[in-house]
Ligand binder design. Structure first.
Ligand code: PLP
Length: 253
Protein backbone atom coordinates (compact mmCIF):
# COMPACT_ATOMS: atom_id res chain seq x y z
CA UNK A 1 0.00 0.00 0.00
CA UNK A 2 2.95 2.30 0.58
CA UNK A 3 4.22 1.78 -2.94
CA UNK A 4 2.41 4.05 -5.41
CA UNK A 5 2.91 1.55 -8.22
CA UNK A 6 0.83 -0.92 -6.22
CA UNK A 7 -1.92 1.56 -5.55
CA UNK A 8 -5.38 -0.01 -5.51
CA UNK A 9 -7.72 0.47 -8.44
CA UNK A 10 -10.13 2.36 -6.18
CA UNK A 11 -7.39 4.78 -5.11
CA UNK A 12 -6.36 5.43 -8.70
CA UNK A 13 -9.94 6.00 -9.84
CA UNK A 14 -10.59 8.19 -6.81
CA UNK A 15 -7.62 10.36 -7.62
CA UNK A 16 -8.83 10.86 -11.17
CA UNK A 17 -12.36 11.72 -10.01
CA UNK A 18 -11.02 14.21 -7.47
CA UNK A 19 -8.90 15.97 -10.03
CA UNK A 20 -11.74 16.12 -12.56
CA UNK A 21 -14.00 17.48 -9.81
CA UNK A 22 -11.46 20.08 -8.79
CA UNK A 23 -11.02 21.28 -12.35
CA UNK A 24 -14.78 21.56 -12.77
CA UNK A 25 -14.98 23.56 -9.54
CA UNK A 26 -12.38 25.94 -10.85
CA UNK A 27 -14.25 26.29 -14.14
CA UNK A 28 -17.28 27.29 -12.08
CA UNK A 29 -15.26 29.97 -10.33
CA UNK A 30 -15.00 28.10 -7.05
CA UNK A 31 -12.26 26.44 -5.10
CA UNK A 32 -12.00 22.69 -4.67
CA UNK A 33 -12.99 23.03 -1.01
CA UNK A 34 -16.38 24.30 -2.09
CA UNK A 35 -17.36 21.03 -3.72
CA UNK A 36 -17.69 17.83 -1.70
CA UNK A 37 -17.20 14.50 -3.39
CA UNK A 38 -19.16 11.68 -1.79
CA UNK A 39 -17.77 8.25 -2.65
CA UNK A 40 -20.84 6.05 -3.01
CA UNK A 41 -19.87 2.61 -1.75
CA UNK A 42 -23.11 0.64 -1.85
CA UNK A 43 -22.57 -3.07 -2.58
CA UNK A 44 -18.81 -2.58 -2.10
CA UNK A 45 -16.81 -4.48 0.49
CA UNK A 46 -15.36 -2.95 3.61
CA UNK A 47 -11.86 -3.66 2.32
CA UNK A 48 -12.43 -1.74 -0.92
CA UNK A 49 -13.87 1.18 1.04
CA UNK A 50 -10.82 1.03 3.23
CA UNK A 51 -8.60 1.43 0.18
CA UNK A 52 -10.26 4.73 -0.62
CA UNK A 53 -9.95 5.72 3.02
CA UNK A 54 -6.24 4.92 2.95
CA UNK A 55 -5.94 7.14 -0.11
CA UNK A 56 -7.19 9.97 2.10
CA UNK A 57 -10.90 10.06 1.38
CA UNK A 58 -13.29 10.59 4.28
CA UNK A 59 -16.79 11.14 2.87
CA UNK A 60 -18.76 8.08 1.82
CA UNK A 61 -22.37 7.46 0.86
CA UNK A 62 -24.62 4.45 1.25
CA UNK A 63 -28.27 3.95 0.47
CA UNK A 64 -29.38 0.87 2.33
CA UNK A 65 -29.75 1.13 6.11
CA UNK A 66 -28.97 -2.51 6.76
CA UNK A 67 -25.81 -2.39 4.69
CA UNK A 68 -24.55 0.84 6.25
CA UNK A 69 -25.24 -0.35 9.78
CA UNK A 70 -23.19 -3.47 9.07
CA UNK A 71 -20.26 -1.71 7.43
CA UNK A 72 -19.86 1.48 9.44
CA UNK A 73 -18.62 -0.17 12.68
CA UNK A 74 -15.96 -2.04 10.67
CA UNK A 75 -14.53 1.18 9.28
CA UNK A 76 -12.76 4.16 10.89
CA UNK A 77 -14.86 6.47 13.04
CA UNK A 78 -13.68 9.63 11.29
CA UNK A 79 -15.54 8.70 8.11
CA UNK A 80 -18.39 11.09 7.43
CA UNK A 81 -21.28 8.96 6.21
CA UNK A 82 -24.00 10.36 3.99
CA UNK A 83 -27.24 8.44 3.79
CA UNK A 84 -28.52 8.79 0.22
CA UNK A 85 -31.23 6.13 -0.08
CA UNK A 86 -34.94 6.19 0.43
CA UNK A 87 -35.44 6.18 4.18
CA UNK A 88 -38.37 4.47 5.87
CA UNK A 89 -39.54 5.68 9.27
CA UNK A 90 -39.12 2.26 10.84
CA UNK A 91 -35.41 2.26 9.96
CA UNK A 92 -34.57 5.67 11.41
CA UNK A 93 -33.63 4.40 14.85
CA UNK A 94 -31.39 1.67 13.45
CA UNK A 95 -29.66 4.18 11.20
CA UNK A 96 -29.00 6.80 13.86
CA UNK A 97 -28.20 4.32 16.59
CA UNK A 98 -25.93 2.21 14.41
CA UNK A 99 -23.97 4.97 12.73
CA UNK A 100 -22.71 7.53 15.26
CA UNK A 101 -20.62 9.15 12.53
CA UNK A 102 -23.58 9.70 10.20
CA UNK A 103 -22.96 13.21 8.91
CA UNK A 104 -25.92 13.86 6.68
CA UNK A 105 -29.21 12.41 5.46
CA UNK A 106 -29.66 13.63 1.90
CA UNK A 107 -33.08 12.18 1.27
CA UNK A 108 -35.73 13.87 3.40
CA UNK A 109 -38.76 13.86 1.16
CA UNK A 110 -41.71 14.45 3.43
CA UNK A 111 -42.64 15.92 6.80
CA UNK A 112 -43.21 12.54 8.35
CA UNK A 113 -39.65 11.33 7.81
CA UNK A 114 -38.32 14.72 8.93
CA UNK A 115 -40.30 14.42 12.17
CA UNK A 116 -39.10 10.88 12.77
CA UNK A 117 -35.48 11.90 12.27
CA UNK A 118 -35.90 14.95 14.47
CA UNK A 119 -37.36 12.96 17.35
CA UNK A 120 -34.82 10.17 17.05
CA UNK A 121 -31.87 12.59 17.09
CA UNK A 122 -33.29 14.25 20.21
CA UNK A 123 -34.04 10.95 21.94
CA UNK A 124 -30.55 9.64 21.30
CA UNK A 125 -29.01 12.88 22.53
CA UNK A 126 -27.07 13.19 19.30
CA UNK A 127 -25.80 16.48 17.98
CA UNK A 128 -28.11 18.07 15.41
CA UNK A 129 -28.11 16.19 12.11
CA UNK A 130 -27.59 17.83 8.72
CA UNK A 131 -30.31 17.00 6.22
CA UNK A 132 -31.11 17.81 2.61
CA UNK A 133 -34.58 17.98 1.14
CA UNK A 134 -34.86 15.64 -1.82
CA UNK A 135 -36.60 17.11 -4.84
CA UNK A 136 -38.02 15.16 -7.75
CA UNK A 137 -36.73 17.24 -10.63
CA UNK A 138 -37.33 14.75 -13.43
CA UNK A 139 -41.07 14.49 -12.92
CA UNK A 140 -40.84 10.83 -13.87
CA UNK A 141 -42.40 9.39 -10.77
CA UNK A 142 -43.43 11.20 -7.68
CA UNK A 143 -42.31 8.69 -5.12
CA UNK A 144 -38.78 9.90 -4.54
CA UNK A 145 -38.59 13.51 -3.56
CA UNK A 146 -41.05 16.35 -3.24
CA UNK A 147 -42.31 18.03 -6.34
CA UNK A 148 -40.40 21.26 -7.01
CA UNK A 149 -43.54 23.18 -6.04
CA UNK A 150 -43.40 21.58 -2.59
CA UNK A 151 -39.75 22.25 -1.79
CA UNK A 152 -40.30 25.54 0.03
CA UNK A 153 -42.90 24.10 2.36
CA UNK A 154 -40.79 21.08 3.28
CA UNK A 155 -37.62 23.14 3.70
CA UNK A 156 -39.56 25.50 5.97
CA UNK A 157 -40.86 22.60 8.00
CA UNK A 158 -37.35 21.25 8.56
CA UNK A 159 -35.90 24.66 9.35
CA UNK A 160 -38.67 25.88 11.65
CA UNK A 161 -40.20 22.74 13.16
CA UNK A 162 -37.32 20.30 13.50
CA UNK A 163 -34.91 21.72 16.08
CA UNK A 164 -32.66 18.65 16.02
CA UNK A 165 -32.16 18.84 12.26
CA UNK A 166 -30.03 21.32 10.36
CA UNK A 167 -31.57 22.25 7.04
CA UNK A 168 -28.54 22.19 4.76
CA UNK A 169 -29.88 22.28 1.23
CA UNK A 170 -31.48 20.35 -1.61
CA UNK A 171 -30.74 17.08 -3.36
CA UNK A 172 -31.91 15.47 -6.57
CA UNK A 173 -31.28 12.17 -8.31
CA UNK A 174 -32.67 12.82 -11.77
CA UNK A 175 -33.91 9.90 -13.76
CA UNK A 176 -34.37 6.35 -12.53
CA UNK A 177 -31.37 5.24 -14.54
CA UNK A 178 -29.29 7.73 -12.54
CA UNK A 179 -28.82 10.04 -15.43
CA UNK A 180 -29.71 13.66 -15.04
CA UNK A 181 -30.16 16.44 -17.52
CA UNK A 182 -29.25 20.09 -17.32
CA UNK A 183 -32.97 20.75 -16.93
CA UNK A 184 -33.02 18.71 -13.71
CA UNK A 185 -30.08 20.69 -12.38
CA UNK A 186 -31.68 23.99 -13.38
CA UNK A 187 -34.87 22.97 -11.61
CA UNK A 188 -32.93 22.28 -8.42
CA UNK A 189 -31.19 25.64 -8.67
CA UNK A 190 -34.53 27.37 -9.08
CA UNK A 191 -35.77 25.54 -6.00
CA UNK A 192 -32.81 26.89 -4.08
CA UNK A 193 -33.61 30.45 -5.13
CA UNK A 194 -37.18 30.06 -3.88
CA UNK A 195 -36.18 28.33 -0.65
CA UNK A 196 -33.53 30.90 0.19
CA UNK A 197 -35.93 33.76 -0.41
CA UNK A 198 -38.63 32.14 1.68
CA UNK A 199 -36.31 31.28 4.55
CA UNK A 200 -34.25 34.46 4.30
CA UNK A 201 -30.95 32.62 4.05
CA UNK A 202 -28.04 33.25 1.68
CA UNK A 203 -27.59 30.76 -1.15
CA UNK A 204 -24.19 29.76 0.23
CA UNK A 205 -26.05 28.23 3.16
CA UNK A 206 -28.12 26.00 0.91
CA UNK A 207 -26.23 23.14 -0.66
CA UNK A 208 -27.06 21.53 -3.99
CA UNK A 209 -26.49 17.78 -4.07
CA UNK A 210 -26.62 16.88 -7.76
CA UNK A 211 -24.41 14.97 -10.15
CA UNK A 212 -23.29 11.34 -10.27
CA UNK A 213 -20.72 9.35 -12.22
CA UNK A 214 -22.03 10.22 -15.64
CA UNK A 215 -22.61 13.91 -15.15
CA UNK A 216 -20.76 15.21 -12.13
CA UNK A 217 -18.53 17.66 -13.98
CA UNK A 218 -21.50 19.30 -15.63
CA UNK A 219 -23.34 19.35 -12.29
CA UNK A 220 -20.40 21.08 -10.62
CA UNK A 221 -20.22 23.62 -13.42
CA UNK A 222 -23.90 24.29 -12.77
CA UNK A 223 -23.33 24.92 -9.09
CA UNK A 224 -23.42 21.56 -7.36
CA UNK A 225 -21.75 21.60 -3.94
CA UNK A 226 -22.02 17.83 -3.35
CA UNK A 227 -21.61 15.17 -6.02
CA UNK A 228 -22.31 11.49 -5.32
CA UNK A 229 -20.02 9.19 -7.26
CA UNK A 230 -20.16 5.42 -7.16
CA UNK A 231 -19.23 3.36 -10.19
CA UNK A 232 -16.56 5.71 -11.52
CA UNK A 233 -14.63 5.22 -8.27
CA UNK A 234 -15.48 1.66 -7.30
CA UNK A 235 -16.43 0.03 -10.61
CA UNK A 236 -19.84 -1.43 -11.48
CA UNK A 237 -22.03 -2.39 -8.57
CA UNK A 238 -22.08 -6.01 -7.52
CA UNK A 239 -25.57 -7.10 -6.68
CA UNK A 240 -26.00 -10.68 -5.54
CA UNK A 241 -27.48 -12.36 -8.59
CA UNK A 242 -29.79 -14.82 -7.00
CA UNK A 243 -31.60 -12.14 -4.97
CA UNK A 244 -32.24 -10.10 -8.11
CA UNK A 245 -31.64 -6.96 -6.13
CA UNK A 246 -32.12 -3.97 -8.34
CA UNK A 247 -32.18 -0.24 -7.90
CA UNK A 248 -35.76 0.68 -8.76
CA UNK A 249 -37.77 2.59 -6.26
CA UNK A 250 -39.54 -0.44 -4.95
CA UNK A 251 -36.38 -1.76 -3.35
CA UNK A 252 -36.42 -1.16 0.36
CA UNK A 253 -33.64 0.39 2.33
C1 PLP B 1 -25.89 4.78 -6.33
C2 PLP B 1 -26.15 6.21 -6.22
C3 PLP B 1 -25.25 7.17 -6.74
C4 PLP B 1 -23.98 6.80 -7.48
O1 PLP B 1 -24.28 6.46 -8.79
P1 PLP B 1 -23.10 6.25 -9.88
O2 PLP B 1 -23.77 6.46 -11.16
O3 PLP B 1 -22.57 4.88 -9.67
O4 PLP B 1 -22.08 7.29 -9.59
C5 PLP B 1 -25.55 8.51 -6.55
N1 PLP B 1 -26.65 8.90 -5.89
C6 PLP B 1 -27.53 8.03 -5.40
C7 PLP B 1 -28.74 8.54 -4.69
C8 PLP B 1 -27.32 6.66 -5.54
O5 PLP B 1 -28.20 5.81 -5.06
Amino acid sequence: MACPAMESAAATALRSVLSRGHMAAERSGRSREQVRIVAVSKTKSVSVIHQAYEAGHRVFGENYVQELVEKAPQLPADIEWHFIGNLQSNKVKALLGGVPNLDMVETVDDEKIANHLDRAVANLGRKPLKVLVQVNTSGEESKYGVEPSGCVELAKHVKLRCPSLIFSGLMTIGMLDYSSTPENFKTLRNCRTEVCEALGIPEEQCELSMGMSADFEQAIEMGSTNVRIGSTIFGPREYPKKDKVSEPKSSSS
